[in-house]
Write a new protein. Structure first.
Length: 147
C-alpha cells in the first residue's frame, strides 16, 4: 500500500507539471508570479502565502513519494505533516478526483470534492500508519527467534 501512495505523489507532481506546460505556463514559477500580481492588485499578501504553501507542499511530495515508495520510516512523518495542508489546499492523493467531479453542478460538485478529498486523505493516513505499524512489528524479536 505504501508504494501506491508513493506513486500517487509522483503522479500528482507529473500531472501538475504536464498541465502547466500544456497551457503555456512555467510550472511553479508562473503560479508564484500570478500570486504576486494578485497580491499587488488587491493589496493583500494572502495569495502569495497560499501559493508558497502550495509550492512547499509540492516539494514535500517528492520526499513523501520517495520515502513511501521505498518504505522509509520518514515517509510516515511526511504524510502526517502533509495531511492538514492537503485538506486546506484541496490537494488529494487521488489527484484525478476533482477532474472527475468537474461536470457536477456547484455546490454539489464542491461538496463532493471536499468529502472525497477528506475521505481519501484519512484513508491514506490510516493505511500508512497501519503499514508502518506492521513493518515495525515484523522487526520486533520474538521468543522463538531467540530475541
Amino acid at each position: 500500500m505504501l508504494k501506491l501512495w508513493g506513486v500517487m505523489d509522483f503522479l500528482y507532481l507529473a500531472s501538475f507539471v504536464i498541465t502547466a506546460i500544456g497551457v503555456g505556463r512555467i510550472p511553479f514559477i508562473s503560479d508564484l508570479q500570478g500570486s504576486q500580481m494578485l497580491a499587488n492588485s488587491y493589496g493583500n499578501v494572502m495569495p502569495i502565502a497560499v501559493a508558497s504553501l502550495s509550492l512547499l507542499l509540492m516539494v514535500s511530495l517528492v520526499g513523501s513519494g520517495y520515502t513511501l515508495f521505498f518504505g522509509k520510516r520518514f515517509g510516515k512523518w511526511l504524510v502526517y505533516g502533509q495531511f492538514p495542508f492537503r485538506l486546506i489546499l484541496v490537494m488529494p492523493s487521488f489527484f484525478f478526483i476533482p477532474w472527475m467531479l468537474r461536470p457536477l453542478q456547484a455546490p454539489y460538485g464542491l461538496i463532493a470534492v471536499i468529502l472525497l478529498v477528506t475521505g481519501t486523505e484519512v484513508w491514506k493516513l490510516l493505511s500508512v500508519k497501519r503499514a508502518y505499524t506492521q513493518h515495525n512489528q515484523s522487526l520486533q524479536p520474538t521468543a522463538e527467534s531467540g530475541g
